[in-house]
Design a protein around this ligand. Structure first.
Ligand SMILES: Nc1ncnc2c1ncn2[C@@H]1O[C@H](COP(=O)(O)OP(=O)(O)O)[C@@H](O)[C@H]1O
Ligand SMILES: O=c1ccn([C@@H]2O[C@H](COP(=O)(O)OP(=O)(O)O)[C@@H](O)[C@H]2O)c(=O)[nH]1
Length: 557
C-alpha cells in the first residue's frame, strides 16, 4: 500500500509538535518534524556540509532551500515501512516547498489532508518564550520568534490556502485552547478519521445530525467514539456543535429518528453496539446541540418497541441475488451469481445489525415491497449464510446473532415468501455462546471437522464483516460443507478465553490475549488450534481452510 501523509502546519509554538506526539501515542502514525530533522542535520558529527547554512536560516527564521529539507524528509520516510502514515510537521512552509513536494512525491505518497493549528500571535509568543527557557533552541528568543511569525504569515498561510484551493482537505484546529481541548478536536477531525483510524460515517440525515464512529487505540486497547455533529438545517456544512460520545464497544448500527417520548416527538439517536445493547440518545433539552444518553428504564421501555418501525430498511445491506431454483446435486453456486432473465429473482436483504433482519422475496414483475418481512433476531446479527443446496426446501438462510441464536429461514424452491424463523436447537456447545453459521449442528470442537472462529467483536466489526462473502463462498463451494467446516463467531471475552485455551500450549501463536484491534481467525481441528490468521486477510484464510479441511467421506456421498 502506498504511504500517506498528513501535513501539520501552524505558527511557531502553535502546538504542532505536542499534538503530533499525542497522535503517535494513540494512532499508528510516524511523526516527522522537519524542524527536528534540520536541527539533527545541523548537529551531526562529522558536520554535514549544510550545517552552517541551516544554522543561519534557522536563526533568521527563514526557510531553508527545499532541496535540503525535502531530502531529509525523504530519507526519513525511506527508513519506515511501506504504507506508513506520516505526520509531516512544519512542511510545506512556502510555495517552493509545495512545488518541491509535488515534483518529487506526487504519485509516491498520497496526501490525505492538512491539519492547521490556528493560534493568536500573543499566545505563540508566550509559548515560544516559555519553551525557550528549557529548549536550548537558538531560535526560541524574541528576536528570532518575531521573524518566524512574519515568515509564517507571509509564506506559510498562502500555501495553506493554495492547498485548500487545490482540493487538499484541511482541518483548522484552535490551537490556543487547553491541550486536552485541542486534542479532542484532533480526534474528531476528518483528516485523522480517514488515516489509519478506523471510522465509519453515518450519512447526514435530514434531521441535521451527522455521526461518525471513530475507533482509537489506547495502549493496545480500542476505544470507540461517536462524533455527533448537529448541523444547521439550512446549511449542512456549518457545524453548530460537535459532541464526542465514548462507547464501550464498536457501534454496529446507528439510526436517527423521531420517536414519541411522552407527548413530545423528539429527535432520537439509536445506536446498537457489539455488546448487544441499544443505546438511546436525545438532545439535551436546553439545546446547545449536545446529546445525552437515556438510561431511564421507563423511557427505554417506551421507546424500544418503536425500534421495529424505526429500522425499516437495512442499515447494513448485504444484497444477495440468488437464482430461484436450487442447483442440481452439489455443483457450486456463488452467492453473486447472476440471475437468468426468465426466472424470478429473489432478493435477500439482511442487515440492521441492531438485531433486525429484513427479508424480501419478490418477483421482478411485482413491487419489491410486496413481500417485505422483517424479523427480530435477538441481538446484533453476526453472520448470515445462504444455502441453496437442499432441493426439498429450496433456499435456506441461516442467521446467527451475537446473543447465541441461530435461526433458519426457508423458502420453497420455486419462490414464495420466507417462512417463519426456526431457532436451531443447539449451538456448537451448550455452555458456550460461540455461534455456528453452518447448517447442521456442528459435531463438537474436538471433532475431526474444522472450525474457524472469528473474534467478531474483537476488532472493528466492519473489517470482520468484509469476510462474510468469503465465509459464504467457502460454505457454498465446499462439498458437504456442513459436515466439514463450521464458521463461528464469538464475543471478545468468550473468544479470547477460547483462543487461549486452544492455542495456549503452542508458542507459534504468541500471546493470543493481546492481538490488538484487528479481527482474529483461529482455525481448529481435533480441538487444537492449527492456524491463525490476523486481520481481514481473505486469501490467507481460504488457503488455511483449504489446507486443513478434512477429507470428503465417501460413504456420505
Ligand atoms: N494547548 C496548549 N496550551 C498551552 N501550552 C501549549 C499547548 N500546546 C503546546 N504548548 C506548549 O507550547 C510550546 C510550543 O509547543 P510545540 O508543540 O513545541 O509547538 P510547535 O511544534 O508548533 O512549535 C511548548 O512549550 C508546549 O509545551
Ligand atoms: O520545512 C521547513 C521546516 C522548518 N524550517 C526551519 O526550521 C525552523 C523551526 O521549525 P520548527 O517546525 O521546528 O519550529 P516552529 O517554528 O514551528 O516552532 C523554522 O523557523 C525554519 O527556519 C525550514 O526551513 N523548512
Amino acid at each position: 500500500m502506498r504511504s500517506r501523509a498528513v501535513f501539520v502546519l501552524g505558527g511557531p509554538g502553535a502546538g504542532k509538535g505536542t499534538q503530533c506526539a499525542k497522535m503517535v501515542e494513540h494512532f499508528d502514525f510516524v511523526h516527522l518534524s522537519v524542524g527536528d530533522l534540520l536541527r539533527e542535520e545541523r548537529a551531526k558529527s562529522p558536520p554535514s556540509e549544510n550545517a552552517e547554512l541551516i544554522e543561519s536560516f534557522l536563526k533568521e527564521g527563514k526557510l531553508v532551500p527545499v532541496s535540503i529539507s525535502l531530502a531529509l524528509v525523504r530519507e526519513a520516510m525511506e527508513r519506515e515501512k511501506e504504507g506508513s502514515v506520516f505526520l509531516i510537521d512544519g512542511f510545506p512552509r512556502n510555495g517552493e516547498n509545495l512545488d518541491g513536494w509535488k515534483e518529487a512525491m506526487e504519485g509516491v505518497v498520497n496526501v490525505c489532508g492538512v491539519l492547521v493549528y490556528d493560534c493568536p500571535i500573543q499566545e505563540l509568543q508566550r509559548r515560544i518564550l516559555s519553551r525557550g527557557e528549557t529548549s536550548g533552541r537558538s531560535d526560541d528568543n524574541l528576536e528570532s520568534a518575531k521573524k518566524r511569525f512574519k515568515t509564517f504569515e507571509r509564506d506559510t498561510m498562502p500555501v495553506v490556502r493554495r492547498m485548500e484551493e487545490g482540493g487538499i482537505k484541511s482541518v483548522h484546529i484552535r490551537g490556543e485552547n487547553k491541550l486536552e481541548r485541542v486534542w479532542e478536536s484532533v480526534v474528531a477531525s476528518d483528516v485523522i478519521g480517514g488515516n489509519g483510524v478506523e471510522w465509519e460515517k453515518y450519512g447526514t440525515n435530514e434531521s441535521g445530525v451527522e455521526a461518525i464512529a471513530v475507533q482509537r487505540k489506547e495502549s493496545g486497547k480500542c476505544t470507540h467514539y461517536l462524533k455527533i455533529r448537529r448541523l444547521k438545517p439550512a446549511d449542512s456544512r456549518s457545524i453548530e456543535s460537535n459532541q464526542i460520545i465514548a462507547l464501550p464497544y464498536a457501534p454496529l448500527a446507528l439510526h436517527l429518528t423521531y420517536l414519541p417520548l411522552a407527548f413530545v416527538t423528539t429527535l432520537t439517536l439509536l445506536v446498537s453496539s457489539s455488546d448487544s445493547t441499544i443505546k438511546i440518545y436525545q438532545p439535551v433539552l436546553n439545546n446547545d446541540g449536545l446529546f445525552e444518553e437515556i438510561t431511564d428504564e421507563g423511557i427505554r421501555e417506551k421507546l424500544l418497541p418503536n425500534l421495529h418501525q424505526t429500522f425499516p430498511s437495512p442499515v447494513l445491506t448485504m444484497d444477495t441475488l440468488l437464482t430461484p431454483s436450487p442447483p442440481t446435486s452439489t455443483s457450486t453456486t456463488s452467492t453473486t451469481s447472476t440471475t437468468s432473465p426468465t426466472s424470478s429473482t429473489y432478493h435477500v436483504s439482511c442487515g440492521c445489525r441492531c438485531g433486525y433482519l429484513c427479508l424480501t422475496s419478490y418477483d421482478p414483475q411485482s413491487p419489491p415491497s410486496s413481500s417485505f418481512t422483517s424479523w427480530n433476531i435477538d441481538g446484533p446479527i453476526s453472520a448470515v449464510q445462504v444455502s441453496p443446496r437442499s432441493p426439498s426446501v429450496g433456499l435456506t438462510l441461516l442467521v446467527s446473532s451475537l446473543s447465541g441464536y441461530v435461526c433458519v429461514f426457508s423458502r420453497p424452491s420455486r419462490g414464495g415468501p420466507w417462512g417463519e424463523p426456526e431457532v436451531l436447537p443447539e449451538s456448537v456447545n451448550d455452555d458456550d455462546p460461540v455461534l455456528c453459521v453452518c447448517k447442521a449442528p456442528f459435531p463438537s470442537l474436538s471433532g475431526e471437522a474444522l472450525f474457524v472462529g472469528t473474534a467478531r467483536g474483537k476488532g472493528w466489526s466492519g473489517q470482520t464483516e468484509t469476510l462474510i462473502p468469503t465465509f459464504n463462498r467457502v460454505m457454498l463451494d465446499t462439498e458437504q460443507a456442513e459436515n466439514r467446516v463450521a464458521i463461528l463467531s464469538a464475543s471478545i471475552p468468550t473468544f479470547t478465553a477460547k483462543v487461549q485455551e486452544l492455542a495456549s500450549d503452542d508458542a507459534k501463536f504468541g500471546d493470543v490475549s493481546n492481538k490488538g484491534c484487528s479481527p482474529l481467525f483461529l482455525v481448529v481441528r481435533f480441538g487444537k488450534a492449527v492456524g491463525m490468521v490476523e486481520g481481514a486477510n481473505s486469501p490467507a484464510l481460504v488457503e488455511l481452510i483449504t489446507e486443513q479441511i478434512p477429507e470428503l467421506k465417501e460413504d456420505d456421498e
